[in-house]
Design a protein around this ligand. Structure first.
Ligand SMILES: Nc1ncnc2c1ncn2[C@@H]1O[C@H](COP(=O)(O)OP(=O)(O)OP(=O)(O)O)[C@@H](O)[C@H]1O
Ligand SMILES: [Mg+2]
Length: 484
């Protein structure tokens, strides 16, 4: 089962806290254990020292003079030390310097197990401790107390053991307290973590709910800003930014559809009108022919618009992967100019080409279309007697195409819109009613596909200057000749 974000957040938080608490508790318990052990050992030392003193005193009191290994028996010591009587809380074993057990308390079924190393150290005068398991008695903490010097005739080690549970009892009660505290803190933390996670997530859920309510019809709406400068504030800002872009894209799409419909409707209406007129009465063959020719012009125009739109859609959708081949752009410019020359001459316009033999990398057909769109505009929107120049030159290492005319120009407020599909300035519309307004959109898209920058400057009534600046890498050395 997938956990909610809130549950995961709580779980992480609680798990981290429990780990930290457990580590702290373990540290505390360990420290306390050490302290209790030290305290216990100190008490054991006292008991051991007293016992050792007793042993020495009793040995001296009975006047045993330096017994040697052969003569002193265990029974003899026993008599002297008096461990024969009564049950004792403490467990004592006395070992002499020949490592024989001299005596032990009667509560021990066997002498305390002595460690050789510890015995040696103790005979050397050190007080040492050991924890041992004694069958029938349990775990004992044992102190090895040396008795030597002038007090007794021969050195002895008095091993005194006390049950370890005396220490364990104290520590265990602390363990229980720590355990209880751990559980309580964990439960309280889990509850507060749930509440905190709920509080932290609420704004995100509000954003999600608001976002869910957004659809294509209410793209103008925006999410309420949380008024904070944090991640949530940023999320809302980013989301609102995305909505704004979507809104703009939808608007552009709607505008495009209505303009496209309008552009397509005009020739269709003309066609319909012509057909109705033709069918109005009987006509001669010649009249019908003239009628059909006129219809064909409108049909050509329709086909041209649709072709351009399809091509634009393909270029924009990245569907048409443009080839990257060296294209002799100078030749392209001359070729396009020649195609337009006839029209320019008829209109009484001087059309000049000043093109260097330069190459760029890209799609020859698309580049020809780009040059054509710019150059035909210059010729179309320049009145009789005007001048159009197409230049191709290298500027600062880049190949730059410039198309300049002395035509009607473009008003500053229209400049930003001329690259929109179907936009046509009123002056251009009046001068050439048959345009459809997609030439520059196509030119801009082709330029973008070639990583080229299009620039325009214009003065109303004076003329217009378009430049297309190709990127540095697109400037291909002029050895290969490419067909256009
Ligand atoms: N050289 C120019 N001089 C003046 N105005 C221009 C020039 N080039 C473009 N424009 C303006 O930009 C508008 C858009 O140009 P675009 O080439 O996209 O469309 P169009 O020429 O009107 O139609 P078509 O789709 O047939 O090219 C034109 O209608 C015109 O107002
Ligand atoms: Mg045009």
């Amino acid at each position: 089962m997938a956990l909610t974000f809130r549950a995961r957040l709580t779980l992480w938080y609680v798990a981290t806290l429990v780990c930290l608490l457990a580590l702290t508790a373990a540290g505390l318990i360990y420290a306390l254990d050490r302290i209790a052990q030290k305290k216990f050992d100190a008490a054991l030392w006292m008991v051991g020292a007293t016992e050792a003193e007793n042993v020495a005193a009793r040995l001296n009191a009975r006047g045993l003079e330096r017994p040697d290994t052969e003569t002193v028996s265990n029974t003899r010591y026993r008599e002297l030390l008096g461990y024969g009587e009564g049950a004792l809380e403490k467990y004592v074993t006395v070992v002499d310097d020949s490592r024989r057990v001299a005596d032990r308390t009667s509560n021990l079924p066997a002498p305390l197990p002595a460690d050789d190393d510890l015995l040696t150290r103790s005979f050397a005068g050190e007080v040492v401790y050991q924890t041992v398991e004694v069958a029938g008695v349990g775990r004992l903490r044992v102190v090895y107390m040396p008795v030597r010097g002038g007090i007794v005739a021969r050195p002895l080690v008095v091993m005194v053991g006390l049950p370890e549970r005396f220490v364990a009892r104290e520590v265990r009660s602390f363990d229980v307290m720590v355990g209880l505290a751990l559980v309580t803190i964990t439960l309280l933390t889990a509850a507060s973590a749930l509440l905190l996670a709920e509080r932290a997530i609420r704004p995100v859920e509000e954003i999600a709910a608001a976002a869910e309510a957004v659809n294509a019809r209410n793209l103008k709406e925006r999410l309420p800003a949380p008024g904070t400068n944090d991640q949530l504030g940023r999320l809302v800002t980013v989301f609102n930014g995305m909505l704004a872009r979507l809104d703009a894209a939808f608007d552009a799409q709607r505008l495009f559809t209505s303009r496209a419909a309008h552009e397509l409707r005009t020739p269709l209406t003309i066609l319909k009108g012509e057909a109705q007129v033709a069918l109005g009465r009987r006509r001669t063959i010649e009249e019908y022919e003239a009628q059909l020719r006129s219809s064909l012009e409108e049909i050509d125009k329709l086909v041209e618009i649709i072709d351009d739109l399809l091509l634009l859609a393909r270029y924009e959708g990245g569907e048409a992967d443009i080839p990257r081949e060296p294209v002799a752009l100078g030749e392209v410019v001359r070729l396009v100019a020649e195609q337009l020359r006839h029209y320019a001459v008829r209109k009484g316009i001087e059309l000049n080409v000043e093109a260097e033999e330069l190459r760029v990398e890209g799609d020859a057909k698309a580049l020809e279309r780009l040059v054509c769109k710019l150059l035909e505009n210059a010729v179309f929107y320049t009145p009789r007697g005007g001048r159009v120049v197409a230049r191709l030159a290298r500027e600062g290492g880049r190949v730059v195409l410039a198309v300049e005319d002395t035509g009607i120009g473009i008003a500053p407020e229209e400049l930003s819109r001329i690259f929109d599909r179907f936009y046509r300035a009123p002056a251009a519309r009046a001068m050439r009613p048959e345009g459809s307004g997609i030439g520059l959109a196509m030119a801009a898209t082709i330029a973008r596909l070639h990583d080229a920058a299009v620039d325009v400057s214009s003065e109303k009534g004076k003329g217009t200057h378009f430049t297309v600046c190709f990127p540095q890498s697109a400037d291909v050395p002029h050895e290969v000749s490419a067909g256009v």
